[in-house]
Write a protein that binds this ligand. Sequence first.
Ligand code: ATP
Ligand code: MG
Length: 571
Amino acid sequence: MDMQRIPAQDGTYNLQNYEKMRKTFSWDDMKKHFSWNDTGKVNMAYEAVDRHAENPDKKDKAALLYSSPDREEKVTFGELSKKSNQFANVLKKQGVEKGDRIFMFLPRSPEFYATFFGILKIGAIAGPLFEAFMEQAVRDRLEDSEASMLITTPDLLGRVPQDDLPDLKKIVLIGEHNETSDKYIDYQQEMKEASTDFDMEWVDLEDGMLIHYTSGSTGKPKGVYHVHNAMVQHYATAEWVLDLREDDVYWCTADPGWVTGTSYGIFAPWLHGVTNVVRGGRFSPDAWYGTIDKYNVSVWYTAPTALRKLVSAGTDPVKKHDLSSLRHVMSVGEPLNPEVITWGLQAFDLRIHDTWWMTETGAQLIVNLPSQEIRPGSMGKPIPGVEASIVDNEGNEVPPNQMGNLAIKAPWPAMMRKIWKRPEKYESYFINGWYVSGDSAYMDEDGYFWFQGRLDDVINTSGERVGPFEVESKLIEHPAVAESGVIGKPDPERGEIVKAFVTLNEGYEESDDLLEDIRQFVKNGLSAHAAPRELEIKDAIPKTRSGKIMRRLLKSWELGLPTGDTSTLEE
Ligand code: ATP
Ligand code: MG
């Protein structure tokens, strides 16, 4: 098969005629799917949970299929509705009001979802934090958001700062504990006493719902503020991009501490009343394939970092499981290397669909759809209702095939409405009516977008611009290379040279011959100027806790510069 073009999958899809839809669609068409279009009463928690709980055909359907190494549970829409009502009553008793920031520092568990929707039901703003954060990362976010309450577990309490957070009045503890001060609220006790009825706080579409801090790949994480209106785009993309149908079993592997874990790990499936699989515990190829096998997952949304590990693990673990339930696979978070797409075709006989978006964008914007041809290495085309382009520093559009700043015509439904407490930062994203992403890309003549790297990561070597992604993708095609991170290293003669860091697959040892072989491989496969002049083997590539390669760290280590904010660095 021509790896430059992978034809559309056979079958019928929710979004069949993309070109026509793109011309005719308006976001107003989507609003008729929501009860607030008739009633004027808005709340994400109603549309994602209670609406199904009120529906006799849906209330006993599994909303959540949860499993972790030591716990397994099914939660129906009816149960989730009641549990979140109870928690909303717990919050009410504590005097929580609309607009308050209630943060969550929890492992993935059924309680996460009950408390999350309890927060939305009272009109407060939820702030989910990734469970692996250390104390400083937790402190920074609680301080910045001025959260008045935190929900956590006794196990994680050791990483919760206990003083000089004047706004933090109460801590809800889920699980056995010995805390006696009235700062602590016992979850089990309060839930037992709380009614399962609650009068939902009806909010405005533009009212705050969520604050997500970004991944910290390029610097200090930003508090991105999202509103209930985002549901319009979550609903639409669940239909078009996730291609969800009533009977699907859907699994999004992202943690709800990151935007993918809420927009697509909670809202997208539940706005459609689709069963959602959530897995606690660590990654391993067997555990992941086992999850697909056990629950008959049909639609799967994951990330390049995990997919690359699956590629490295080879086909043996694939063969041990029955993965025939899978119908549709997607990826987000980093560029999807063509090598991984090739692997997907071999291992699952399925195309892997790359999707591009950011914490700030709130939902998918540029995507590969099942009904369209895939060009490996391309993130695809904008969804209907969204206009994308490549602009220069002044916000002027540049011609096809020219590298520039990837930009989106503002606004769109799920767009952030603020960077918390940093209005000047928020304003800085917008130039000339465009939201400017900070990602470097180009658009080909057919309207496919091609990611090159973060704007700051693009390498200028002897007058040629080299995107690190292209070099990294070529490197991992070499049989010895598991992962790679590529940076530009200042050079008196060439401006910058390409320096690559790689980790090796099992069974390979570092040697001069191997290094030279890898260099030649890139030179022959890509170009002489993109071939790394320096190549270094590492035990691991630094990544954010959301699984993204931190090129800025590779660079500061290489140059002996200060490392900046490392609160989201993986161990
Ligand atoms: P920070 O903004 O704190 O530096 P971050 O940008 O990594 O961190 P996120 O909002 O989680 O935080 O990630 C968005 C970024 O991830 C995008 O700007 C882009 O660089 C990258 N990204 C996401 N999806 C894709 C994709 N499909 N292809 C290429 N890059 C992607
Ligand atoms: Mg970013």
